[in-house]
Design a protein around this ligand. Structure first.
Ligand code: FPP
Length: 234
């Protein structure tokens, strides 16, 4: 029995190229990409993964054409509308990571509704990173710390207590970071939280990333020798 990673983070890349290969619009690619999410969350929960963090919209994605930004927002709203009830019965706790204040008011309201009344014992936490950036997270954590400790000396801020001010407070660090779509970048995703993550890059485009692909990544992870800066345990 393979021990699953506790926390998997995924940069879902390749929706546009998936669509282009089929002479379809990028919108169709994003829609197919959103459809993949549902099955994947279930597969992760069944495998015992406790936290899944998906990069849905980065702080840099605002620079895309306005139509495409609206499409991605629309898909996110649809996902929240359609899946929320199902997710609850399946034990999925949804959390949104990022600065959502720039989103349209109806999306902000849906996010608040989705996060209200959290499950007492969720099977899995699904974090959707939306208007998220790793640098933003670190800066907002420092600001949150300062607000909680007005006038305190910054020397009180340590590597050990810093995590509780990040948007992922209370969650374990990322064990396995997956990027689909053939690029070898972290793209300002969970910079602090992925400090010791194993990095898995695949050419598979996001809409094609199914349960089998996920299992392949987890099997690869199980074979890694995680030393955390120490000597080998093998
Ligand atoms: C990357 O593909 C994908 C995105 C920037 C958006 C991801 C959003 C979704 C899958 C939909 C909403 C999310 C949820 C959680 C339901 P790309 O456009 O960069 O692809 P390309 O590199 O091939 O152009």
């Amino acid at each position: 029995m393979i021990h699953p990673p506790q926390h998997i983070a995924i940069i879902m890349d390749g929706n546009g190229r998936w669509a282009k290969k089929r002479h379809l619009s990028r919108t169709v690619g994003h829609a197919k990409g959103a459809a993949v999410v549902r099955d994947l969350v279930k597969t992760c929960a069944d495998l015992g993964v406790q936290h899944l963090t998906l990069y849905a919209f980065s702080t840099e994605n605002w620079q895309r054409p306005i139509d495409e930004v609206s499409t991605i927002m629309g898909l996110f709203i649809q996902y929240l509308e359609k899946e929320m009830a199902n997710m609850r019965t399946e034990g999925v706790h949804l959390q949104v990571l990022g600065d959502v204040s720039r989103f349209p008011p109806d999306l902000q309201q849906r996010i608040r509704d989705a996060q209200a009344d959290p499950l007492a014992q969720p099977k899995i936490t699904l974090n959707v990173a939306a208007n998220y950036g790793g640098r933003w997270d670190i800066v907002q954590a420092v600001q949150a710390w300062q607000q909680a400790h007005p006038g305190a000396d910054a020397a009180q801020l340590t590597v050990d207590n810093f995590g509780q001010y990040l948007s992922t407070a209370g969650m374990p660090d990322v064990d396995l970071l997956i990027r689909t779509g053939g690029e070898f970048r972290i793209s300002n995703f969970l910079l602090w939280q992925a400090a010791y993550a194993e990095l898995y890059f695949t050419d598979t485009l996001w809409p094609d990333f199914d349960a089998k692909e996920l299992q392949k990544a987890i099997a690869w992870f199980a074979d890694r020798d995680r030393r955390f800066g120490k000597l080998s345990s093998k």
